[in-house]
Design a protein around this ligand. Sequence first.
Ligand code: UD1
Ligand code: UDP
Length: 377
Amino acid sequence: MSEIDKQFKKSRNQVNVTHGKVMKMKILTVIGARPQFIKAAPVSREIRKQHKEIIVHTGQHYDENMSSIFFDELDIPKPDYNLNVGSGNHGNQTGNMLIKIEEVILNEKPDAVLVYGDTNSTLAGALAASKLLIPVIHVEAGLRSFNKAMPEEQNRVLTDHISDLLFCPTETAVKNLKNEGIEKGVYNVGDVMFDSILYNIEIAKEKSNILDRLNLASKEFILVTIHRAENTNYKDKLTNIFNALKDSGEKVILPLHPRTKKFLADYGIDVGENIEIIEPVGYLDMIMLESAAKKIVTDSGGVQKEAYFLDVPCVTMRRETEWVETVKDGWNILVDSDYEKILDAINNFEPKTKKSNYFGDGKASEHIAELLKNLEV
Ligand code: UD1
Ligand code: UDP
């Protein structure tokens, strides 16, 4: 048996949540993209009460306003490793992460590897750990769009199938996993992004001055975000979206993702005068913008949910969503990149029903930490 095999001979089948026996573990957290910093903040705060955590930043996002701003304002501990992988084609980016994460795992010998969501950083972290027979913990497991053309769908399906502990945000996610034969190690803990909003909204009201800075009156503007490859990578789709935003005549605030910035310039799309493009903002500014917006128009996963948490009607520029509860409840409408549908929804969409509670009790991170206390590896 090789040295590596000896070190990591623990079988993944040996991961169990036991009762009454409290374990202290070394958990290696792999994060790399904006939404993962936001998700990791509350979980990290909780798991550090019991366990040792090593944070690995893959470097997938690296601009100050896509990365370090979140560490600073959300008090996320500084990463122990930054792999500086940067941008690239999927295979190149994921492959480079895989090589580097494996080295870190061999060096740190963690008891478990923790990953979030559905980015290339998620898959690389899970795959590196799984190959070394280190238990994989997946937060935000079980989400499905059933659209295999999405890189995120590929990442989340693959990650779920090599995870040992699967922390789901909703009952739908639990059902999705069951339909794929995954039942062991599955827990509905609620949504960690709900925890994050509850924890930060009052802090944001105190600390953020973005509404004054941009001279915005509450409920007199529309907040827009666009970054999904299925929209940015097609000139006709991105053009439709910007034409609909322009023709809505509404005041639009658009914190622009660097991916979209690049494509807007490449395609030479004309941005209407009613659209104010700003740099990506920090989380506290973002949730202030969201809560003050009349409507939110987005293709982001996280932003759809935040609209729901903050009682703001959401228009989603996608054909399907993983967050089906928000649509079922009537607070979110799917409009794809269709000019007419986007325009109509901006002008006329209004929720008609009261919201339900699908996303847990705002203590998902505590539930995760509680389950991890009793993890036997
Ligand atoms: C990634 C995730 C997506 C997630 C999003 C959150 C994958 C496959 N996609 O998409 O699921 O919703 O993050 O925002 O993992 N760039 C910069 N500076 C940065 C980061 C990116 O300029 O700090 C530019 C580069 O041109 C890069 C492009 O944005 O090529 C795309 O970045 P990448 O991380 O590959 O994908 P995202 O679109 O950000
Ligand atoms: N967000 C932010 N600043 C911005 C845009 C988004 O802080 O300029 C936050 C947003 O509030 C949410 C998360 O980033 O918490 C969503 O990330 P993103 O839309 O990049 O990715 P997705 O959720 O679609 O994977």
